[in-house]
Ligand binder design. Structure first.
Ligand SMILES: C[S@@+](CC[C@H](N)C(=O)[O-])C[C@H]1O[C@@H](n2cnc3c(N)ncnc32)[C@H](O)[C@@H]1O
Ligand code: SF4
Length: 426
């Protein structure tokens, strides 16, 4: 198949999105029975996963469960604490670029347990240096906040809080088993967060959800203009683990993204077309430093907690629980490390990086070259020429950036760069 035929054959197929590998079996040959090593890393970011939620939204693809009682929450944190301590004491020389606490819903923990979670964060920082652009972040939902939790976040030195809205339309939310606070409550929490010293509030929205229309999107934009957070992140519905979900056509997705994009830009947010992070402050790109370093600079990351993913220069690993539906029984384990490790060849690591970068609509040839240890421009010449000649991508300095035309089929554009043996699988 020519590159053009390959591209055309994938244009409408939702499997070609920003998930990589396309199916777990594709990495089976690289699986090893040993932990992933970080001995080539001088810089790293951390991610801590809290897999507890008040309700399980039906669109969600993350590893999560209905929040257990305080005792089990505490048990989870104890194990997390041990895993983090073991790692940092064995890697005292790394410089930390980012630290995201996500989930699930970290702010759902009881106040005592939430305090313990933040203590784990603080103690980890006693062991390692942090970079000058270090900007930790924590995720939550409006309905799980409390004044005390917001104070604790700010006192701990976390100045970015990311809260999910997804949609403001009651019917869309109900259809997906999700409830949100009303606008007055949301406004109160955004103001409280800022008054406590949390400098950046990010709000997540999604598109591609069943029931979303131009009217519901207009209402979402009105809510954003009322709340006016420092950052907004726009997620396209991903469906790799939630089969049988209706996905709109690429054209509808494109139109929905465009409507959000135009509305946000009109309000003063900055982002290039195709990016999913919007910010009032141009310099932070709307991202925590964990995401900035991971997506834009291919910095390695270490994940803690059930199902968390890690990536080093040697490969990828997943903690226990990845892809499992019943994770409750795993909470009692003495460690969440030791799931699956894949020692990957450079081309697979490059494909993973490409999939991660696609989230941001751009690809750094410099970092890609570092990963494959070759000149990426020469290595991917044919594909780059095709994408630039057909105006799917444009090149600015060392970056390939998706164009308006390319964004409609962003999954299939970036997939052209995946390893050759994967090109004809689907
Ligand atoms: C890990 S979730 C945690 C946020 C928090 N629990 C909440 O629901 O607001 C982070 C964000 O991922 C996005 N998300 C969840 N499921 C998704 C899916 N299937 N496809 C794309 N984005 C998704 C949502 O925008 C959500 O706010
Ligand atoms: S979207 Fe958030 S609250 Fe809903 S299930 Fe996923 S992690 Fe939990």
């Amino acid at each position: 198949m020519t590159i053009e035929e390959l591209f055309n054959s994938r244009k409408e197929n939702p499997i070609w999105n920003t998930s990589y590998p396309l199916s777990p079996e594709q990495w089976a040959q690289y699986r090893v029975d040993q932990p992933l090593l970080f001995d080539q890393e001088t810089e790293l970011s951390f991610y801590v996963h809290i897999p507890f939620c008040r309700q399980l939204c039906s669109f969600c693809e993350y590893t999560r469960m209905v929040c257990p009682d305080e005792k089990l929450q505490y048990k989870y944190l104890r194990t997390l604490d041990d895993d983090v301590s073991t790692f940092v004491s064995a890697h005292p020389n790394i410089k930390l670029r980012g630290f995201d606490i996500g989930g699930g819903t970290p702010t759902l923990l009881s106040e005592d347990n939430f305090c313990y979670l933040l203590q784990i964060f603080r103690e980890a920082l006693d062991w390692v240096d942090v970079s000058s652009d270090f900007e930790p972040s924590i995720e939550g939902t409006f309905d799980t906040l409390s004044e005390r939790k917001l104070e604790l976040i700010a006192e701990t030195g976390i100045h970015r809080l990311s809260l999910g809205i997804q949609s403001t339309d009651k019917q869309v939310l109900c259809q997906h088993h999700r409830c949100n606070n009303d606008l007055t409550e949301m406004r109160r929490w955004v103001n409280t967060a800022m008054s406590k010293g949390i400098e950046k509030v990010n709000l997540d929205l999604m598109y591609g959800l069943e029931g979303q229309t131009p009217e519901t999107i207009r209402a979402d934009l009105r809510t954003i203009s009322e709340l006016y957070p420092q950052q907004v992140t726009l997620y396209e519905l991903r469906t790799n683990m939630i089969a049988n979900k209706k996905v709109p056509s690429k054209l509808v997705l494109y139109e929905q993204y465009s409507q959000y994009y135009n509305g946000l830009i009109e309000m003063g947010y900055k982002a290039s077309f195709g990016e999913n992070a919007f910010s009032l402050n141009e310099t932070d790109r709307g991202l925590s430093s964990y995401l900035r370093s991971r997506m834009l600079e291919a910095v390695s990351y270490k994940g803690f907690g059930i199902s968390a993913q890690s990536m080093s220069k040697a490969g990828i690993s997943y903690n226990v629980g990845k892809g499992e539906l019943n994770i409750r029984r795993l909470i009692d384990l003495p460690t969440y490390e030791g799931g699956h490790t894949y020692l990957l060849p450079k081309e697979e690591l490059a494909s993973k990086y490409i999939a991660i970068s696609a989230y941001n609509g751009s690809l750094s040839l410099k970092h890609l070259s570092e990963i494959i240890d070759k000149d990426a421009k020469a290595e991917y010449k044919e594909i780059i020429d095709f994408c630039i000649n057909t105006k799917l991508l444009k090149q600015i300095d060392d970056n390939l950036i998706v164009t308006l035309k390319g964004f409609e089929h962003i999954g299939s554009v970036f997939s052209l760069f995946y390893t050759r043996q994967k090109q004809t699988i689907f």
